[in-house]
Write a protein that binds this ligand. Structure first.
Ligand code: PLP
Length: 418
């Protein structure tokens, strides 16, 4: 029964150092967030000990009476949150939710059509080294070279020519809203199912600040840990008629025992996401992204060859185009890291540089909004990033400005260790 610090001081030190890193830097990776303390508590609990293969009321193990309560709460809360007829809260991750969704919808060898990875899509939407690219026939669509947006007329022409069985709406790196009604109409026209992967923007949908794909899609998948700020995991929503196929595709199709501690933590996250504070926070997420996009699109930054893809953002992230900058994506990521800002380099569509280097940055605001940042702080963050990317700035002075921001917004206050 020894505490972690005694039993394994090396791992205890990792936790302490990571907590310090999260506290002392500005976390701007668009897919990250800070889970509330209550989510971490549920996740780090005795529920980790429980096997519960099957579904609530229909388990293959005894002793599931309490974990059934947790799973039923998670299911009901996420259905209410998104107005869905069916939910499966067992996927261990977004990728596994996606694997199960495809397995339920089509057979290996059938065709999927999603946004190309190089243009902002996700690995699981048909990348050739991923299960999705190996199991299914893939026709990827792209953004336009002049606008960097998806042209729905062209997408329609391509869908008519390719006749996919599944049309995929969703992205990991695209700064604009999708037109779900248009996706639905194209899917209907070509006889495809419509699958939306809202992993990135689910929190905005939950807050009512982004159109919902749920009424338009046959199946919707999401992660729970990005804008939704829950435990790292996945979830599937669908029309009721998909229940049997999706349940079977998750268990026994893809997974064994569900992670009941994570499912309990999902239930907590969905409760939080239904509240007013969450809505207010998502509004700050959007405002912050708009402020940063505007700053990085200003003439003084443009003079250094730095611009914002599509000229702005409708969501929680900003894509910075460095194709005309002296910095490549790797150098810009490293520079911001030295300042104390964590972002990820990201290929821009039609990127001339290799994927490990890239010509872009993806900058997200969800984690800082969770930390409490509002317009004034995001304005300062935009100034710091602009100064760094313009070149010639004093990195230590910028680092001191980052420290001032982190000091004013304590993360997990009162928590000595984790
Ligand atoms: N779908 C999209 C659109 C994503 O951006 C991601 C994660 O980056 C995933 C799925 C996969 O989620 P996970 O990392 O939990 O497997």
């Amino acid at each position: 029964n020894a505490p972690l610090s005694e039993l394994d001081p090396e791992i205890a030190a990792v936790l302490k150092d990571e907590l310090g890193r999260q506290r002392d830097t500005l976390e701007m990776i668009a897919s990250e967030n800070f889970a509330p303390r209550a989510v971490l508590e549920a996740q780090g609990s005795v529920l980790t000990n429980k096997y519960a293969e099957g579904y609530p009321g229909r388990r293959y193990y005894g002793g599931c009476e309490y974990v059934d309560v947790a799973e039923n709460l998670a299911i009901q809360r996420v259905k209410d949150l998104f107005g869905a007829e069916y939910a499966n809260v067992q996927p261990h991750s977004g990728a596994q939710a996606n694997a199960a969704a495809l397995a339920a919808m089509i057979k290996p060898g059938e065709k999927i059509m999603g946004l190309s990875l190089a243009h902002g899509g996700h690995l699981t939407h048909g990348m050739k080294l991923n299960f999705s690219g190996k199991l299914y026939d893939v026709a990827a669509y792209q953004v336009e070279p002049d606008t960097f947006r998806i042209d729905m007329d062209k997408l329609r022409d391509q869908a008519i020519a390719e006749k996919p069985q599944v049309l995929i709406a969703g992205w990991s790196s695209y700064p604009r809203q999708l037109d779900f009604a248009a996706f639905r109409s194209i899917a209907d026209e070509v006889g495809a199912l419509l699958w939306t992967d809202m992993a990135h923007f689910a929190g905005l949908v939950a807050a009512g600040l982004h159109p919902s794909p749920v009424p338009y899609s046959d199946v919707v998948t999401s992660t729970v840990h990005k804008t939704l700020a829950g435990p790292r995991s996945g979830v599937i929503l669908a029309k009721a008629e998909w229940a049997k196929k999706l349940n079977a595709a998750v268990f026994p199709g893809q997974q064994g025992g569900p992670l009941m501690h994570v499912i309990a933590a999902k239930a907590v996250a969905f409760k939080v996401a239904a509240g007013e504070e969450f809505k207010e926070r998502q509004a700050r997420v959007l405002e912050g992204a708009r402020i940063i996009a505007e700053r990085l699109n200003a003439p003084d930054v443009a003079a250094a060859g730095v611009s914002v893809l599509t000229g702005g953002t409708d969501v929680h992230l900003v894509l910075v185009d460095l194709r005309n900058s002296v910095l490549d994506g790797q150098q810009a990521e490293d520079l911001l890291h030295r300042v104390g800002i964590t972002v990820n380099r990201n290929a821009v569509p039609f990127d001339p540089r290799p994927p490990m280097v890239t010509s872009g940055l993806r900058i997200g605001t969800p984690a800082l909004a969770t930390r409490g940042f509002g317009a004034a702080e995001f304005t300062e963050v935009g100034e710091i990033i602009a100064a760094a990317l313009k070149g010639g700035a004093d990195v230590d002075a910028l680092g001191a400005r980052v420290k001032a921001l982190t000091a004013n917004f304590p993360l997990y206050p009162g928590q000595e260790e984790w």
